[in-house]
Design a protein around this ligand. Structure first.
Ligand code: PMV
Length: 336
């Protein structure tokens, strides 16, 4: 029997499945996250269960704020960055399907105001922070009082990588082996690295043409390189955790960059090929490699979009800022 999302929700909420909202309004914020060891491929498309585990860093403070209210309307009202989202759009339908899982009666509708501080669908994982913030806001509205582990599982039902955005800092998403995915969730890797800096390079904020969901599936079915991906991820994940424990930045940067390049290489080897890079992405990558040849310790990672995230240490902030003028610098552990 195929397990549905609603079965997972029932399992987590138990008696609370039919509990009406305890509040009239609630709000929540979730930071986005960038995978250093990527999630690329689902073993179960309905439940967003991944083929491999993955590992991310939170974009502390950059993400999504969501306000939720019960609406006296005949359908959900969704506002994204102060603009009403059309009920025919893919974005609306994705959110509506997620909300359907939590409606206590078919005529309960929500008013959702969501504000994103990162470009939507341009490879800075806005869906991750979006679904995480929505899950946290629902938990507040209904007063379910769920544990973070449970919230992580619910957020995953909206978007896989959202299960990592429930936490801050470094987070591992354990692939799990269970069919119902109750062991597939994010947990924090509780090591701080105060000197670690991320630099967001916005190359393009246009919506991507091919969703990660479709691109992943296409890669699995048509890229000859997919076969070796799980082994690469297992090796990278364990090495990246060691590099963090040892504060070995060179190893940390190298593994993160190599993992990202391998994901994109795998997509280029699919047929028809998938390319998320723009000419500017490639030219920035070349610039990073040239700077590294000159001795600057800077690395990058790229999600399913043209934008890049630089990885470097605090000691190089000034030099890096000179080379990349509009860099948005994030220090995930600065205030911890
Ligand atoms: O969670 P999704 O469906 O948006 O997929 C995320 C895929 C990547 O961002 C490319 C990798 C990752 O692990 O976040």
């Amino acid at each position: 029997m195929t397990i549905k999302k609603s079965d997972v929700v029932k399992q987590i909420l138990g008696d609370r499945t039919n509990q009406t909202p305890a509040k009239t309004a609630a709000s929540a914020f979730a930071s986005s996250n960038i995978a250093l060891c990527k999630y690329w491929g689902k073993r179960n498309q309905e439940l967003n269960l991944p083929v491999t585990s993955s590992f991310s860093i939170s974009l502390d403070g950059k993400g999504t704020s969501t306000e939720i209210q019960i609406a006296n309307t005949s359908h959900d009202i969704i506002l994204l960055n102060n603009e009403t989202v059309s009920i025919d759009s893919v974005f609306y339908k994705r959110l509506q399907q997620f909300l359907n899982l939590f409606r206590t009666s078919p005529d309960i509708f929500f008013y959702i105001k969501t504000q994103s501080t990162i470009p939507t669908s341009a490879g800075f994982a806005s869906s991750a922070s979006g679904f995480a913030a929505l899950t946290l806001a629902l938990n507040e509205l209904f007063q379910w009082q769920l544990e973070k582990n449970e919230l992580s599982i619910l957020a995953r039902l909206g978007s896989g990588s959202a299960c990592r955005s429930i936490w801050s800092g470094f987070v591992e998403w354990h692939s799990g082996t269970r069919e119902d995915g109750m062991d597939s969730l994010g947990t924090p890797f509780t090591v701080a690295w105060p000197e670690l800096c991320l630099g967001l390079i916005f190359i393009c904020d246009k919506q991507k043409k091919l969703s990660s969901r479709d691109a992943m599936q296409h890669t699995i079915t048509s890229s000859v390189f997919y076969e070796i991906w799980p082994t690469k991820v297992a090796n990278d994940l364990s090495a990246i955790k060691n590099s963090i424990l040892e504060k070995n930045f060179f190893s940390f940067g190298k593994i993160s960059e190599s993992n990202s390049l391998a994901m994109h290489a795998m997509m280029l080897a699919a047929w028809p090929p998938i390319n998320y890079s723009s000419p500017e992405t490639i030219s920035v990558i070349q610039k990073i490699w040239q700077l590294r040849e000159k001795g600057l310790s800077v690395f990058f990672t790229q999600d399913a979009g043209p934008n890049l995230t630089l990885l470097f240490l605090q000691q190089d902030i000034e030099t890096i800022s000179q080379y990349f003028s509009d860099l948005e610098i994030i220090r995930p552990f600065a205030n911890k």
